[in-house]
Design a protein around this ligand. Structure first.
Ligand code: ZN
Ligand code: ZN
Length: 375
């Protein structure tokens, strides 16, 4: 039926699990709710499990283990390893290895979830073809952590016991066998499907939906909308530009519950050494990208139509762009020097330079509008 399909390269266990849990969640859970209803205990258990396992992936697997964005004491490492296992996304060691490859080889064949191979591949397709055993040469640092290695050996047992059996037991104590079935279906299977697809969105949607304010060299994008579903990982363009920063939503107002949780854990003395990119470096990246966009848009304008030259509005817009462009170049050089010499620049000046770069892009947009109108 499919003569060219590489059946010999399919991981049948992972594929079977992904398909079976998905069907159970979309068919079994609604049938259960129709038959037995849905009480507050099942909803609360689902939410607690969803948050614990989701955060264990973003805070633990991703920012702590894959990126070493901060240092965590054993209670944080142990709990994120246990609840991270319950997301059924492999061991932290395996996950971090894939993720480091993703950052190192973004958008190329060596990127395990390369978006250039299509949305479906980046979202889930790659897991169907992930075969074991694997070498994992890029996680030597994590191998020194005995908790990480313990989880690597036992993550499937931990996942089944804590991810499926425990919610069923808690449901049993709440409402007998009906409660146990509900706990298994809702806080167990349905929650796994939800957490997995939220994580998978980071590899798929976050590489095709949103803006690229820090770098257009890779497909990674910033999207506040995606941040809502991914515990703050939607600011993926920033993350690809500054992968060791413990924040993905670097601006204070950006929705990043993972960043807030790490900050709270630091207050509680459970994590230390939070890594942050210097604000000067962040702005330099933004200005570099703004300069690139400005150059591209000016190049797109091409030759000026002769009658535009005689139009006072066009002339004024052109002069404004020239002036803003000169100011921008000056700011850019000063910032570049400051970053090279590790000189701190005040927040006020950084904000001013950012605003001036935005005005330059607005000025170019106005010039383009006028030029099109006069063409
Ligand atoms: Zn990415
Ligand atoms: Zn990352």
């Amino acid at each position: 039926m499919f003569p060219n399909f590489p059946f010999n390269r399919v991981n049948w266990v992972a594929s079977g699990f992904l398909i079976a849990t998905f069907i159970t969640a979309v068919v079994g859970t609604p049938l259960y709710i129709r038959q037995f209803g849905l009480d507050w205990f099942q909803v609360a258990l689902f939410l607690v499990y969803f948050i614990l396992t989701g955060l264990s992936i973003t805070l633990g697997y991703h920012r702590l283990f894959a990126h070493r964005a901060f240092v965590a004491k054993w209670p944080v490492r142990l709990s994120t390893l246990v609840f991270g296992a319950c997301a059924f996304e492999d061991s932290a060691l395996d996950w971090a290895s894939d993720h480091r490859d993703h950052h190192k080889h973004t958008d190329t064949d060596d990127d395990p979830y390369n978006i250039q191979k299509g949305f479906f591949w980046a979202h889930i397709g790659w897991i169907f073809f992930k075969l074991y055993p694997r070498e994992l040469p890029n996680v030597a640092d994590l191998r020194k952590d005995s908790l990480v290695m313990w989880q690597h050996r036992h993550h499937r047992t931990v996942a089944v016991l804590v991810g499926f059996v425990l919610p069923a037991i808690l449901g049993f104590f709440w409402n007998g066998w009906v409660g146990a079935l509900g706990g298994f279906l809702i806080a167990g299977v349905t929650r796994v499907v939800c957490v997995q697809h939220c994580t998978f969105f980071i590899n798929s949607l976050c590489h095709c939906m949103g803006h690229r304010p820090y770098s257009s060299r890779t497909s990674a994008r910033d999207s506040w909308f995606m941040a809502l579903f991914t515990f703050g990982e939607g600011y993926h363009n920033y993350h690809h530009s500054f992968q060791h920063d413990y924040r993905n939503g670097v601006k204070n107002w950006q929705f990043d519950p993972t960043k807030w949780t790490i900050w709270v854990l630091e207050r509680a003395g459970l994590v230390t050494d939070l890594r942050r990119a210097a604000p000067e470096k962040v702005l330099l990246a933004e200005l570099r990208e703004a300069r690139l966009q400005a150059e591209q848009r000016l190049a797109e304008l091409g030759t000026v139509p002769p009658h535009a030259l005689n139009c006072p509005n066009w002339r004024k817009a052109f002069d404004t762009v020239q002036e803003l462009s000169a100011g921008f170049s000056e700011n850019y050089s000063e910032l570049e020097r400051a970053v090279a010499e590790h000189v701190r620049v005040s927040g006020k000046r950084l904000r001013l330079w950012k605003a001036q770069s935005a005005r330059l892009l607005e000025g170019i947009a106005e010039l383009t509008r006028l030029q099109i109108a006069y063409c």
